[in-house]
Each structure stands twice: as C-alpha cells, then as structure tokens.
Write a protein that binds this ligand. Structure first.
Ligand SMILES: Nc1ncnc2c1ncn2[C@@H]1O[C@H](COP(=O)(O)OP(=O)(O)OP(=O)(O)O)[C@@H](O)[C@H]1O
Length: 247
C-alpha cells in the first residue's frame, strides 16, 4: 500500500476530483439551527479534513454532502452534469453477515457489475487492502481494523469519485489506523475526492490538503492545511490547536 505522506501526493493525483459546493446551506431540527448557514467550495485536490469539537456539526455536514440528509435551506451541488459516484465509511463498519469476499461481490451485484467480473474485482480489492487471506472469513468475525479495511475495499471496487469518511479510525489501534490512512491515500492517488472527519490533529496533519474547521454549527475556517496548523485565523481554531477545550 501507499506509504503515508500526504505532502508527496498532490502532484501525483491521477484525476481532478469533482468539486463540491455548499451555498448558504443550513440544517435545522424542530426549529433548532444545528448547522450553518454555510457556504464553501471543495475544488482543490484535498484530502479535506473536517475538524472541530464534539457536536460542531461535522457528521451533519458529511451526511448532507452525501445526500443522507436534505438541507433545510440552501443548495448543495457538484461540478459536472451528474451527481458523482459516492461512498461513505462510518466509524463503526457496516457489513453483511457473510464472508469478506461475498460482501464485495454483493456490492458489485447491487451496482449492476456483470456477474463474470465480480469475483476477480472482489479478490483484487481484498489483495490491495491486505485482506486476501481473509476472503472466506465471515466479515463480522474480522478484527475492527480488518472490518474497516473491508469497508474501504468495498468502496474501492465501486470506484467512487467521492469518498466520505466519518471518524473511520477512532475505534482502532495505531497499526490499524496506519493501514486505514494508507488506504485513504490510495483513493486520493486515484483521484477520489476525500472528505473525512477526525478528532486527531496528528492524523489531520498527516492527511490533509485542506481543513474545514467547524464549531457551534458554523464554519470558522477553510484553509490549506499548512496555513491552518501554522497560523489559524479564527479564535476557535487557535484554541483547538493549542489543545484548549473548545465548545
Ligand atoms: N439527524 C439529526 N437530527 C437532529 N439532530 C441531529 C441530527 N444529527 C445530528 N444532530 C445534532 O446536531 C448536532 C451536531 O451533531 P454532529 O453529529 O454533526 O456533530 P459532530 O461534530 O460530528 O460531533 P462528534 O465529534 O461528537 O461526532 C448535535 O447537537 C446532534 O445532536
């Protein structure tokens, strides 16, 4: 798998990923404003790391962008004529009660990939993500780290143009985190737009091309990663990076 160093990746990205635009997007529940209104465009190479304290609205932002929720106000749009192929990886892997390879074959079948191509694509993806030896193992008995890699392999076979990841490594140990980060960078290399939440500043430093920083449902900062970590502009981001407790 790819070695871990985001700074070497931007120049080698194969394709420009589709751009995502939020225009005055807000999400409310029972008259309570939970996110926004916010406007931003993700049109750089990324990966975009979404950061902020608990309850800031990071997961809401990802769910809105992925289409799992509809905004109360505003517009979410993509460059190009069609909605891009998208996948989402969650903190807790969501897998079917069948073998690792069968999980991938099922995803390919649901997405109308011809039957004769499914097994080869599935086995290639398992190999790529270091899971070849687990092909016949029931997915739900794999370790947490293997399960998360399996969800990434399942996304890989579907060639998403955009991949959302919501705290994909928060339940994993360092070795498993390293493997997931390497997998994320494989997608990035292939030209997939990565939008990922994390609480781990070190992880964000390793992976981010740009950072979206939220607190209290508002976007406080959207800057290239170096600028974010070296000279955060907003008071909230300054406090967050300094390790203060931010709400
Ligand atoms: N579908 C929903 N309907 C109503 N309220 C929601 C919904 N999803 C999230 N919320 C609320 O919106 C706020 C922001 O939640 P969100 O999960 O986006 O925060 P977060 O930044 O991802 O936090 P954490 O770091 O703890 O995961 C919280 O107060 C949460 O309870």
């Amino acid at each position: 798998m790819t070695s871990l160093n985001a700074s070497h990746l931007s120049s080698s990205v194969l394709l420009t990923p589709p751009a995502l635009r939020f225009e005055e997007v807000a999400f409310s529940n029972e008259d309570k404003l939970l996110l926004g209104p916010c406007s931003f465009t993700l049109d750089g190479i990324g990966p975009t790391l979404v950061m902020g304290p608990n309850g800031a609205g990071k997961s809401l932002l990802l769910r809105l962008a992925h289409g799992l929720l509809s905004p109360t106000l505003g517009q979410i749009s993509w460059s190009g004529q069609e909605r891009p192929r998208q996948a989402m990886v969650f903190q807790q892997p969501v897998l079917l009660r069948r073998s690792a390879v069968a999980n991938l074959v099922h995803a390919l079948a649901v997405n109308n990939v011809p039957r004769r191509e499914r097994m080869k694509l599935a086995l290639d993806a398992l190999e790529r993500f270091g899971l070849a030896a687990c092909a016949k193992t029931p997915a739900r008995v794999l370790s947490g780290g293997q399960q998360q890699r399996l969800t990434l392999a399942r996304a890989w076979v579907l060639s998403p143009q955009v991949l959302f990841l919501d705290e994909p490594t928060s339940a994993l140990d360092p070795a498993a985190i390293r493997a997931v980060e390497a997998a994320v960078l494989e997608f990035h290399h292939r030209g997939t737009r990565i939008v990922m939440t994390t609480h781990d500043i070190h992880q964000a430093r390793r992976l981010a091309g740009d950072v979206l920083f939220l607190s209290g449902g508002k976007i406080r900062e959207h800057t290239p990663s170096e600028a974010f970590f070296d000279k955060p502009v907003s008071r909230e981001a300054q406090a967050f990076i300094a390790g203060e407790l931010v709400e």
